[in-house]
Design a binder for this molecule. Structure first.
Ligand code: ADP
Ligand code: MG
Length: 400
């Protein structure tokens, strides 16, 4: 799905309020009745005009043959709401004045199996990645078990799972980054999106040859063990999710390859009933890939799950910390989905050819350049809304 931001700057503050109303109403209505949109938007007049404007650019959609008159939010609408949050000044612990997370949007650089990846730039021109989760997009023909469970989901419930995926991914990346693991720095999240550091690299899949395969292999296995010692298993530790950074020593000309790990929605705790299986699968994935691609086989067996978790300090469990950070209870639905669909596997993570005009050369600006009085509700309001949203999200779990 293409992210078309051309309508972003033409939306009025009333349009935004109506779009937010549709989002809010979607929490307990598959199809949000028009009077409810009107009520939630807090606007007495002009709501129909806003609705037509939003429907015209595909941010909301009318449902045909419905029993009553109403609209649903589209992925496009959800994208806009998330981008609108990212372009507004966000409080951050290391900044004195709140800054927008994203200033401009550049090219799409990757299409994951269930995500779209864009290059973006911060107000200080730092290159960042915007990952939009798009659960439900893959073809379920390949999924044998539980197919109906997947097929019968509504758009709204896919969006809900995509939000959980983003929330979980951000929470996991935050603790891993803080603890010095080689992951992109997470910068922000909103709804189904995560903003993170751009890693100038190639996925391992695209690396033709490695000067010292044994060294890289050892580092990757060590990473799997380090994750486990902190209570986490990546769960999809494959050649698409391992990015390789290349640095050349100026004096010796020696090339060093360092791995950076991405893609965390499917992470599981080492306490998971199938933890051993997930751990072994991650190990096996690396082992097999090195054998096939680099003709490298290690003399050593393992690493082994039992040994890895033996060294774990119960006080420093990141799985416990992440679960306590709020997504814990809600995420079981996401975990079930991941179990059914499985990991990335072959055919995933298609990186797009780089084009010349990326964010660095001034991608499309997202700046909210409407007059001050036209701008949207203050951030506090949004924060309250986010809390309401969390409560509502929890309530919705029962309905799923
Ligand atoms: P999915 O969950 O859909 O597999 P990923 O997070 O694995 O999505 O991202 C898909 C692809 O996008 C990756 O294989 C990689 O090529 C690219 N990518 C993702 N995140 C980054 C990043 N932070 N820096 C550079 N490239 C990235
Ligand atoms: Mg991936």
């Amino acid at each position: 799905m293409k992210l078309d931001i051309s309508a972003l700057r033409y939306l009025t503050s009333e349009d935004w309020r109506v779009l937010q109303a549709v989002e809010q109403g979607s929490k307990n209505h598959e199809l949000v009745p028009t009077p409810l949109i009107q009520h939630l938007s807090g606007q007495r007049q002009g709501v129909h005009k806003c609705i037509s404007a939003l429907a015209k650019v595909g941010l909301i959609a009318k449902v045909k043959n419905a029993k009553y008159d109403g609209y649903r939010l589209t992925y496009g609408g959800l994208d806009y709401l998330a981008l609108n949050t990212h372009r507004k000044p966000q409080p951050s612990p290391n900044q004195t004045t709140p800054q927008p997370t994203i200033y401009s949007l550049g090219n799409q650089i990757g299409v994951g199996k269930e995500s779209d990846i864009y290059i973006t730039a911060s107000p200080t021109n730092r290159q960042l990645v915007l990952k939009l989760h798009r659960l439900g997009r893959i073809s379920f023909r390949t999924v044998k078990a539980n197919r109906d469970y997947l097929r019968n989901r509504s758009t709204g419930s896919w969006m809900y799972l995509s939000r959980l995926a983003a929330q979980k991914e951000f929470a996991v990346m935050k603790v891993l980054w803080r603890e010095g693991f080689p992951v992109p720095e997470p910068v922000g999240w909103s709804r189904h999106t995560v903003v993170m550091e751009f890693i100038d690299s190639f996925p391992l899949r695209m690396v033709e040859s490695v000067p010292e395969p044994g060294k890289l292999y050892g580092e990757l296995m060590e990473l799997i063990v380090r994750f486990a010692q902190r209570g986490l298993i990546h769960g999809d530790f494959n050649e698409f999710n391992i990015l390789i950074r290349e640095t050349t020593d100026e004096n010796t000309g020696k090339v060093t390859l360092t791995p950076v790990v991405i893609d965390f929605p499917q992470v599981v705790s080492t306490n998971h009933v199938n933890a051993r299986m997930y751990f072994d699968r991650d190990v096996e994935c690396v082992r097999r890939y090195f054998e096939r691609r680099f003709k490298y086989t290690s003399d050593e067996a393992g690493p082994f799950f039992d040994e890895a978790v033996k060294g774990a300090d119960p006080e420093r469990r990141l799985d416990v910390e992440v679960q306590a950070s709020g997504y814990g209870k809600k995420v079981s639905e996401l975990d079930r989905y991941v179990e059914v669909v499985g990991g990335d596997g072959e055919g995933e993570g298609e990186a797009l050819e780089e084009e010349d005009d990326d964010a660095e050369d001034g991608g499309e600006e997202l700046e909210d350049d409407r007059p001050e009085q036209d701008k949207e509700a203050p951030d506090e309001e949004e924060e309250v809304q986010q809390q309401d949203e969390d409560a509502a999200v929890e309530a919705r779990l029962d309905a799923l």
